[in-house]
Design a protein around this ligand. Structure first.
Ligand code: GLN
Length: 315
């Protein structure tokens, strides 16, 4: 097996040189200003070390990758009752689609599409002021990354607040079905701000590490969730983490993963590593174009797919 350091350096160099970079999201205007010529990869390992390549110290908007962490918090608060208001099936639809909600009585298909994540945020908000709920989410990420530098990008949050008509439609529609309990504007305020959390690839890889190691963060020694819960979150990441691109991601990369429209992907190699990649240009499903290609190369070269190591016949 090649050395991880060599593979990461090669991938960072290959990605920096590629002309095809995808298209940055513009429906949140502030994200449209990000330079697509950036790429970062960080691999957090069981011994607490992190192997990095590219723009690893640059903060980016984690967007929907935050939904892995809000799901973790909401399961901690509500346990399996959470599944009464959000499903666990892939949607096969775009991340912000509304069509299934009417047919399925306002219950979103899974916690990673926008509707599902808004319902999860509503669960975290219950019994709190919006500011407190947001503080809980931010502190959870700082705790997991073991780094107080994790912060909220207020300009991105304000930009989404101004342009989030689709999410307002989803939240109001669910409120009409009685699925959202709190004031819609409060729920959306917390949702927009947790999507606007900014992290570096190194911080994000470390924050995801508990999912690779049976619920325990190896860098800090903290038990975050039970092994069973970590396994189940990974299962939902594998089946739903890339929206209507989830099948393609499983086929090409073969890892539980969660993407965001800021161009980040968090991918989990169970028992081995937590990997964060970031490149702002997206593919047609709204997932990082080069991020996915980089992960495909990493899993192939390291033999890290959960579906089995490559053989000589793979070439
Ligand atoms: N896929 C994403 O990252 C979507 C998150 C974004 N904040 C939205 O709600 O549209």
């Amino acid at each position: 097996m090649p050395q991880l350091e060599t593979v990461v350096a090669e991938i960072a160099a290959e990605m920096a040189a590629r002309p095809d970079r995808g298209t940055v999201a513009t429906y949140i205007p502030e994200l449209g200003r990000v330079d697509p010529n950036q790429f970062a990869i960080a691999v957090a390992l069981e011994d607490g070390s992190t192997v990095c390549g590219g723009d690893c110290g640059t903060s980016f908007s984690i967007q929907s990758v935050s939904k892995v962490f809000t799901l973790t918090l909401a399961l901690g608060l509500a346990g399996d009752r959470l599944w009464n208001r959000v499903g666990r099936e892939p949607s096969g639809s775009r991340f912000n689609s509304i069509v299934q909600l009417e047919q399925e009585r306002g219950i979103p298909r899974n916690p990673f599409i926008n509707a599902g994540a808004i319902a999860v945020t509503d669960t975290i908000l219950s019994g709190h002021q919006p500011r407190e709920a947001l503080g809980e989410i931010l502190r959870f990420l700082q705790f997991l990354a073991d780094d107080d530098g994790v912060h909220i990008d207020r300009a991105v949050a304000a930009s989404e607040e101004r342009s989030g008509f689709n999410n307002r439609a989803l939240a109001n529609f669910m409120k009409g079905f009685g699925v959202i309990e709190n004031t819609v504007d409060y729920v959306l305020g917390v949702y927009f701000h947790h999507c606007a959390i900014a992290m570096t690839a190194r911080q994000l890889a470390k924050a995801g590490s508990f999912l690779a190691h049976q619920g325990r963060n190896p860098a800090t020694g903290h038990s975050v969730v039970t092994a069973e819960r970590a396994r189940r979150i990974n299962a939902i990441m594998l089946t739903c983490g890339h929206y209507d691109g989830s099948g393609e991601f499983a086929y090409r990369v073969g890892l539980p993963g969660k993407s965001g429209v800021g161009g980040a992907i968090l991918a989990i190699v169970p028992g081995k590593a937590s990997v964060a990649v970031w490149s702002p240009g997206l593919d047609a499903s709204g997932n990082s174009h080069l991020g996915r290609i980089a992960l495909e190369k990493l899993t192939a070269r390291m033999g890290w797919s959960v579906f089995g190591a490559p053989t000589m016949a793979d070439g």
